[in-house]
Design a protein around this ligand. Structure first.
Ligand code: CP
Length: 325
């Protein structure tokens, strides 16, 4: 398949102008992103990993929080698509002199840009930017709210591993309360028909956990053995020490004993697939041998992250309707 064929075949548009979260994205929209990502993923395995699809589009990556995977994979996705990219991080910027988020983004937009990728510690920051500027906004993680491209790359990884998502049993383990990854995955997985079990210490399960989704295929437990029974995919979440307002964990050692996935779990559940959004605290969420296990697909998730971000940038760029022959 060449690039021209790729662009001609991908001619359906998302109903949304921005990607602020997966809440409200339909199964058709999610499937469109996944099928588009599969086509763009092929570009990553070419000798020259670059196509002209977003030539002329300028994307600014605004990262107000630390990131390795999301920041680099957005930048790589933009470069693979031939977009012009500019990277912003708080350090070295006028945010340190007190400039607000609104003023920062409006000044950057005044330099003539098309799309903004934003990561910020405040829930709702991405939505706020849609009120400030006319650029397309993509949420790269806003506080404990959503991390939609992480969930999309997780869905792509699951869908490719099993060939389907509907009916799979997915257990999300750990710090559900502080996890934007959990929120986005709950929306995405339930929209595609998966059954979800949320498992974690009671102190890290939000009180509104049952209402995170209106659907009835979400189950909650604090018993890891129960959560892994009949489970197809275990998605371990990072313990976010930086977001713990109060001491909600007895100790990391005790957390690992109760909620960490160990080799004994892998041996007991012979088909269990392990996922983690990263960065992994080895020996806490996952035993180190589990991180490196052949049924851990953590690095597949990272590769899929580039493809999913290429797909989202393309579908939201307004170029999806353009015949580039
Ligand atoms: N999964 C994820 O968001 O990782 P980073 O914080 O490194 O971007």
């Amino acid at each position: 398949m060449n690039v021209t064929q790729t662009d001609q075949q991908i001619n359906t548009r998302l109903a949304h102008d921005h990607l602020l979260g997966l809440e409200g994205y339909s199964s058709e929209e999610i499937e469109l992103v996944l099928s588009t990502a599969r086509r763009f993923r092929e570009v990553l395995y070419r000798p020259i990993r670059k196509v002209p699809t977003l030539r002329g589009i300028t994307v600014v990556n605004l990262f107000f929080e630390a990131s390795t995977r999301t920041r680099i994979s957005f930048e790589l996705a933009e470069k693979r698509l031939s977009a012009d990219t500019v990277n912003f991080s708080t350090s070295g910027s006028s945010v340190l002199k007190g400039e607000t988020l609104k003023d920062t983004v409006q000044n950057i937009e005044a330099m003539k840009i098309d799309m903004v990728v934003v990561r910020h510690r405040s829930p709702g920051a991405a939505h706020f930017l849609t009120q400030c500027v006319s650029s397309t906004i993509i949420n790269a993680g806003d506080g404990a709210h959503e991390h939609p491209t992480q969930a999309l790359l997780d869905l792509l990884t699951i869908s490719d591993r099993f060939g389907y998502v509907e009916g799979l049993n997915v257990t999300i383990i750990g710090d559900i309360m502080h996890s934007r990854v959990a929120r986005s995955n709950i929306h995405g997985l339930t929209t595609l028909g998966a059954n979800i079990t949320l498992c974690g210490p009671p102190s890290l399960l939000p009180v509104e956990v049952e209402s995170l989704t209106d659907r009835d295929n979400v189950h909650v437990t604090s018993n890891l053995d129960e959560a892994l029974e009949g489970c197809d995919v275990a998605m371990a979440l990072r313990i976010q020490l930086e977001r713990q307002g109060s001491n909600r964990l007895p100790s990391l050692r005790e957390y690992h004993e109760q909620f960490g996935i160990k080799m004994s779990n892998m041996n007991q559940h012979k088909d269990l697939v392990i996922m983690h959004p990263g960065p992994v605290n080895r020996g806490v969420e996952l035993a180190s041998e589990v991180v490196d296990h052949e049924r851990a697909v953590i690095l597949d998730q990272v590769t899929n992250g580039v493809a999913v971000r290429m797909a989202i940038l393309f579908l939201l760029s307004g170029h999806a309707d353009v015949d580039q022959t």
